[in-house]
Design a protein around this ligand. Structure first.
Ligand code: PLP
Length: 396
């Protein structure tokens, strides 16, 4: 087949490759403990499932407005105000099948070929993939352990040029669990306003902010009009397979993104949207319980990782990931990089983790090695998995 040129520039999520290997090994009867998957291990709360079943029984099975039903957009606007403290009009909300389409469509709507887009690295691999797909210039913003994987403002300043069109931030952050403080966000906002670029703020992990209150850049004066907030039900309500997310953005942009949806999806499934209304408006106990459990698991996994010779792990502040430094472990085992450690742990210890490079290429001058562990798995699995890792890493 003769594919279009642009397809060569489309990346992927290599995490799915590891998932495929895990499934293959399990199919062969191997006992694998997986820390690779980026989704809650909890089930969707019953009240949300019931709202979906009720919607089906009411025959809510037809097309809906491309930007989402008004009732859902009103609830999103209200809940966003309560969370972020910024007034939102339903015309500034666009509902999509998951948060991912917001990344895809808004970048398409805003970024021209040759524009520069700054994005956090390590980071969610789809950012870099879509920037490349658009033939724009990806400019990685290094997040470093010394800064607890927040943002170094001087580094950011040095990357801004007249061609900078947009900056992508993500707090709490996948894969490091780092967060951006109010003062980080204020400094970023000052630069965005001064240099006139947009900010895409990926806030899908906002409920899992373990140290202090969640902060959104959209709440800083002058930012609402240049921010695209990315959010959804996947992580907050354990609804990854439902495919429901949304973006909050200037109404003018919302109209263009809606046109993108008319061309691609028509709309998000009707009954899923009714489930999302219940998710947002209904009882939040289950979601907060899940957040509490993640926090306890974070404490457990961080202490077990720090007990392994050659491994050093910061206490992640949010999301459900930790990003330990494994430089010394790699050296002790004679491995070139964390990719070799990833394979060793999978095939020798039956533990699946993701190498740093699943989250973008290394930054210039980056010497240390890291892996990501998702602790969206039971405490028993965490204890057993870390026991296996310790045995395998300390073997030599
Ligand atoms: N943004 C980040 C940082 C993520 O980690 C993910 C999922 O892993 C998404 C967006 C996509 O979420 P959704 O399932 O709502 O498309």
């Amino acid at each position: 087949m003769q594919f279009a040129e642009r397809i060569k520039r489309l990346g992927t999520e290599t995490a799915f490759d590891v998932l495929a290997k895990v499934n293959e090994l399990r199919a062969q009867g191997k006992d694998i403990i997986s820390f690779s998957i980026g989704e809650p291990d909890f089930n969707t709360p019953e009240n949300i499932k019931k709202a979906c079943k009720d919607a089906l029984d009411r025959n809510e099975t037809h097309y809906k407005p491309a930007n989402g039903i008004l009732e859902l957009r009103e609830v999103i606007a209200q809940k966003s105000f309560e969370l972020r403290g910024v007034k939102v009009d339903p015309s500034e909300v666009v509902v999509t099948p998951g948060a991912k389409p917001i990344l895809f469509h808004t970048l398409h709507a805003l970024v021209n070929e040759g524009d520069e887009v700054i994005y956090v690295n390590p980071g969610f691999p789809i950012y870099e993939s879509v920037i490349n797909f658009l033939n724009a210039k990806p400019i990685p913003l290094p997040l470093v352990e010394e800064k607890e994987f927040s943002c170094d403002i001087d580094t950011l300043k040095s990357l801004i040029t007249p061609k900078t069109k947009l900056l992508i931030i993500n707090s709490p952050h996948n894969p490091t669990g780092g967060t951006l403080s109010r003062s980080d966000l204020e400094a970023i906002a000052e630069l965005a306003i001064k240099h006139n670029f947009y900010v895409m703020s990926d806030e899908v992990y906002h409920r899992f902010s373990f140290e202090g209150k969640f902060e959104s850049i959209s709440s800083i004066p002058g930012m609402k009009e240049r921010t695209i907030v990315v959010d959804g039900c996947s992580k907050t309500y354990a609804m990854t397979g439902w495919r429901i997310g949304w973006g909050i953005m200037p109404a003018e942009l919302a109209k263009v993104v809606t046109r993108m949806i008319i061309n691609s999806d028509s709309c998000t499934a009707a009954f899923t949207q009714y489930a999302a209304i219940e998710a947002l408006k209904g009882d939040q106990t289950e979601s907060y319980k899940m957040a509490e459990e993640f926090k306890a698991r974070r404490d457990l996994i961080v202490s077990l990782l720090n007990d392994i010779k050659g491994v050093r792990c910061l206490k992640a502040k949010g999301a459900f990931y930790v990003f330990p430094n494994v430089t010394e472990a790699c050296r002790n085992l004679g491995f070139k990089d964390s990719r070799e450690l990833q394979d060793y742990l999978l095939y020798e210890a039956g533990v699946a983790v993701l190498a740093r490079t699943c989250f973008g290429s290394k930054n210039v001058g980056e010497k240390d090695e890291y892996i990501r562990l998702s602790y969206a798995t039971s405490r028993e699995q965490i204890i057993e998995g870390l026991k296996r890792m310790k045995r395998a890493i300390e073997k030599k």
